[in-house]
Design a protein around this ligand. Structure first.
Ligand SMILES: [Zn+2]
Length: 236
């Protein structure tokens, strides 16, 4: 009986260690989610800024064509002035020339403003692009490190559970069934009874039952169903 109880305690120890490794195996990849989110947000920001930049470049192109067209109007106005047959025509041509010159000036002012805005946008893109590259590099390093950590944990787990079968074989089938059921629901399936109290659910164990447990009999807590043991019986 006592050997079986010791085997149950050992089994529970092994399974508790394996569970804690499983938690880390599950938890570690989740920790990277925050970093992945940061990279996604930076990617969105950079792609929005690049789209705005492309639009600004397009607008500047349109404006440059417009200035070129206005310059063509200037040549036309000049040749009209040269062909003026009298003072009235010369005066009209001069007025037209003035108006075309003004329109060129307006067009150039607008074009220069667009250029300035474009330069600012190009400059403003540098910082988020740099931040994105850094975040990507950090994530890649973290992902590589994660692979190493996961591999080490899997190896550790294999080591931890390697002796499990030896103990499992010593335990009666009926007990094993109860053990497995509790582990599936609310582990651990085995816990210490201290001064007549189940350390898992804090309920008192009946004195007669506690005495049996102290002798090494395999009994469970009548409240939470976990197998109970006393330190003295499994240690000496
Ligand atoms: Zn209990």
């Amino acid at each position: 009986m006592r050997e079986q109880l010791r085997a149950l305690v050992k089994l529970a120890e092994i399974d508790a260690k394996a569970r804690s490794i499983d938690d880390r195996l599950k938890g570690l990849p989740v920790e990277l989610e925050e970093q992945r989110g940061a990279v996604r947000r930076l990617e969105d920001l950079v792609s929005r800024q690049r789209a705005s930049l492309a639009e600004a470049e397009r607008l500047l192109g349109v404006q440059e064509q417009d200035v070129a067209a206005r310059n063509e109007n200037l040549s036309k106005a000049k040749s009209k002035g040269a062909k003026a047959k009298n003072a009235r025509e010369a005066e009209a041509a001069e007025r037209e020339l003035e108006s075309v010159r003004r329109s060129i000036k307006d067009g150039e002012t607008h074009r220069d403003a667009l250029k300035e805005r474009l330069e600012k946008m190009r400059g403003g893109l540098g910082e988020p692009e740099k931040a994105l590259e850094e975040a990507k590099a950090e994530l890649a390093a973290a992902e590589a490190a994660l692979e190493g950590k996961l591999a080490a944990l899997r190896e550790e787990r294999t080591g931890v559970v390697s002796g499990r079968e030896v103990f499992a074989k010593q335990i009666h089938k009926d007990h094993m069934r109860i053990y497995d059921r509790i582990v599936k629901g609310k582990p651990p399936a085995v816990c210490e009874a201290v001064s007549g109290v189940c350390s898992a659910c804090r309920m008192s164990v009946a004195p007669q039952r506690y005495a049996q447990i102290q002798r090494g009999e395999i009994l469970n807590c009548q409240s939470c169903q976990r197998f109970l043991y006393t330190k003295a019986i499994v240690e000496d």
